[in-house]
Design a protein around this ligand. Structure first.
Ligand code: DP6
Length: 320
């Protein structure tokens, strides 16, 4: 019996992943670019070797769905594995567009690998985490992470890789929470619906690679205005594909729209800030750290709570 504990941080995509070219392996239809966050984290302990499988989420027994998804993933990592005790906890609300599956599967793969005494490198762990949840492949690393869609049928070229930003970029990422209620349609189902029914699907996929390249170039050049513009454009195109799916996927709430306008008003007044949204109503805002307090102040009247976060570290693990 070996025990290992891993910590991983959620990431927010600046250029979005939405859609799969292979459902089974979570191979994406598009490349994406993300920022791993500090502040929020998932901590997961795996005891490999037990009488029966036990899965706990936040100190309680996992729901059937959580349990099935966790154990099916471990069966995939190691067919015929011994029984395990998995204990996982998030320091942020799950299921509300705050990317809990990203840090969740990154921590799980890291803890499980350490508990079985393996020594897979981060790229291989990233590929495995991707099979649990696509965005998890980006949470193995801190800071900015690129996930190329890849071309290989086996997914060998589809994994996260850390990218260095220009040293002048000192950024904050604010999460304005509209509601912490779980989302109506999960990402996997939503992506398939968009792929199969949105008339904007082809355009979304066709523009994604140049958005990633433009975002990457802006990141490396330290050009926040271009990065922000690409970021907003990516999320709005993704949401346009969502909204034009059949049946429509509208993840926004009235508070989401109020927050968007608050950010745009602030920007028009000369404060550099740009927004992004995921498969939920929350609005995330990227800005220089120096104006984060001012931006948070402008968001607060429209949000339940505003978290001021920044770039987070690599996922980490300890045995014992
Ligand atoms: C909207 O990684 O949660 O947050 O691969 O089906 O588990 P699955 O989806 P998931 O999708 C995240 C989508 C997104 C955009 C992004 O993070 O890039």
């Amino acid at each position: 019996m070996t025990v290992a504990t891993a910590v991983a941080h959620p990431n927010i995509a600046l250029v979005k992943y939405w859609g799969k070219r292979d459902l089974e392996r979570n191979l994406p239809a598009v490349s994406s670019l993300s920022l791993t966050l500090d502040g929020f984290r998932t901590e997961t302990t795996v005891q490999r070797g037990a009488e029966v499988d036990v899965v706990r989420f936040g100190g309680r027994d996992a729901s059937d769905k959580e349990r099935r998804r966790t154990l099916a993933f471990l069966d995939r990592l190691e067919p015929g594995r011994p029984a395990v005790v998995v204990d996982t906890a998030n320091t942020f609300p799950t299921g509300a567009g705050l990317a809990s599956s990203a840090s969740g599967f990154a921590a799980l793969v890291l803890a499980y690998e350490a508990a079985r005494g393996g020594d897979l490198d981060r790229v291989r762990l990233s590929r495995l985490a991707r099979e649990g949840s696509g965005s998890a492949c980006r949470s193995l690393w801190g800071g900015f992470v690129l996930w190329r869609r890849g071309e290989a049928a086996d997914g060998s070229d589809s994994h996260g890789q850390p990218v260095a930003a220009h040293p002048s970029l000192d950024l904050a990422l604010l999460v304005a929470v509209v509601t912490t209620e779980g989302k109506a349609v999960g990402s996997t189902e939503g992506m398939e619906r968009s792929r199969l029914s949105s008339p904007l699907w082809e355009t979304w996929v066709a523009q994604a690679e140049s958005d990633v390249d433009a975002g990457l170039a802006a990141l490396q050049a330290g050009d926040l205005a271009v990065l922000g513009r690409v970021m907003e454009s990516s999320t709005l195109k993704m949401h346009a594909a969502m909204m034009t799916s059949d049946p429509p996927l509208l993840y926004w709430q009235p508070g989401t729209v109020a927050l968007l306008h608050a950010v745009w008003r602030l920007r028009a007044s000369g404060v550099p800030c740009w927004c992004t949204m995921d498969a939920g109503p929350q609005v995330k805002v990227l800005c220089p750290r120096g104006v984060a307090a001012e931006v948070a102040e402008a968001l607060r009247p429209h949000a339940q709570v505003v978290h001021v976060l920044g770039p987070g570290p690599d996922a980490s693990v300890r045995v014992g």
